[in-house]
Design a protein around this ligand. Structure first.
Ligand SMILES: Nc1ncnc2c1ncn2[C@@H]1O[C@H](COP(=O)(O)OP(=O)(O)OP(=O)(O)O)[C@@H](O)[C@H]1O
Ligand code: NI
Length: 346
């Protein structure tokens, strides 16, 4: 349960575009509605994702931020059918890939997920790539196999492998190493290359800049941004608010398994509506550098009302009841009984 880390962020980072590239009427690529994930333990239930709704449009980079353990990775794994057997997933997650049939990722068969979704329609950069990489193949073998599985010929796959590697900042000879011979940052870049190789219309990138130095962080973020500028979509999971600000169109803030605020990037950074968002921003080194007081609740023992209330300076008796998700000034939503006035209409 560590606080949001943002130590690598320089003051005054370049801001993102702020305006969602979400043309009205443009069909959504992903529509998540009421997604809920529970893990059964022997004597408890983990409320990992609760009633989560969001929409991602082609060309959109959505950043999902929040403290460690709030449910970000479980969200990504739920969308790909990668959760273990003690998980129960309810709700809907409709994926409408360009040129393909829409599919509900929640009640999709494992066969269909494996054949048409994972890696193909939806790529994943896993949070711990070193453990996800097959140890007995070199980076080049892994990349060539992935490219071959997605339509490249035996002749053109090696050159394509070098190109994808260069995109993520790996040199051709880095590809001749086995995963255990790679540094953490190199393994991270190889995992990103493997996820990007099939050119998926939606990429779920779970902390893709872990272990990278600042220039490579920026290189990777810019690579993700460029994908969106050419029509693909990215859901970027990150602790790094400066990274989110640099490249995201919209930012969803998760707290204790729920999205508490989801708005265009610039609006969220300029006028946070949820006190938790305001707290995260205050924790930034180029702002007050003051951590959010207290700790997040256990996901096995969530309060009946607003889960942030015990840490919130604005909490009142009303907060013992669950807050509805409501509108803010401009596009976006906040789930709070007492949204901050600059960002909210209520
Ligand atoms: N297989 C599992 N069984 C039980 N609980 C689980 C399981 N997988 C994850 N959890 C719990 O679900 C919650 C959300 O975990 P998740 O990995 O999504 O957090 P996160 O937001 O990605 O955190 P971090 O930023 O540290 O990666 C945590 O409380 C975690 O312990
Ligand atoms: Ni995670």
């Amino acid at each position: 349960m560590t606080a949001i880390r943002d130590t690598a962020a320089p003051a005054g980072v370049a801001s993102g575009t702020g305006v969602p590239r979400t043309g009205a009427g443009e069909p959504a690529l992903l529509e998540v509605d009421g997604l809920t994930v529970r893990f059964r333990l022997r004597d408890a239930v983990v409320h990992a994702v609760t009633d989560l709704s969001l929409t991602v449009h082609p060309g959109e980079l959505l950043a999902v931020v929040g403290e460690s353990g709030c449910g970000k990775s479980v969200l990504a794994h739920a969308l790909l059918g990668l959760l273990p057997g003690n998980a129960t997933v309810t709700g809907r997650a409709r994926l409408s890939p360009p040129g393909g049939d829409p599919v509900d990722l929640v009640d999709c068969s494992e066969r269909r997920l494996a054949r048409t979704v994972r890696g193909r329609a939806v790529g994943l950069v896993p949070q711990s790539p070193a453990t996800a990489l097959t140890p007995v193949r070199t980076g080049r073998q892994l990349l060539v196999e992935t490219l071959r599985a997605h339509g490249h010929t035996r002749r053109d796959a090696p050159a394509a492998a070098d190109r994808v590697a260069a995109d993520v900042g790996l040199r051709p000879d880095d590809l001749d190493r086995y995963p255990h011979e790679l540094s953490g940052g190199m393994a991270q870049r190889l995992a990103t290359a493997l996820a990007l190789a099939p050119d998926p219309p939606l990429l779920l990138a779970d902390e893709p800049t872990t272990g990278l130095d600042r220039p490579l962080v920026d290189h990777t973020l810019d690579l993700l941004r460029r994908r969106c500028d050419t029509g693909a979509a990215v859901l970027l999971i990150t602790h790094d608010l400066a990274a989110a600000r640099r490249v995201a169109d919209t930012v969803a803030v998760m707290y204790a398994s729920r999205i508490v605020e989801h708005r265009p990037t610039e609006a969220l950074f300029a006028t946070p509506a949820h006190p938790y968002t305001a707290g995260l921003l205050d924790a930034l080194p180029d702002r007050a550098f003051r951590p959010v007081p207290g700790h997040p609740p256990m996901l096995t023992d969530l309060p009946a009302g607003c889960a942030f209330a015990p840490r919130c300076g604005h909490a009142t008796a009303t907060c013992a009841t669950p807050p509805a998700t409501g509108p803010v000034t401009g596009p976006g939503r906040v789930a709070c009984h007492h949204p901050l006035p600059a960002g909210a209409t209520a």
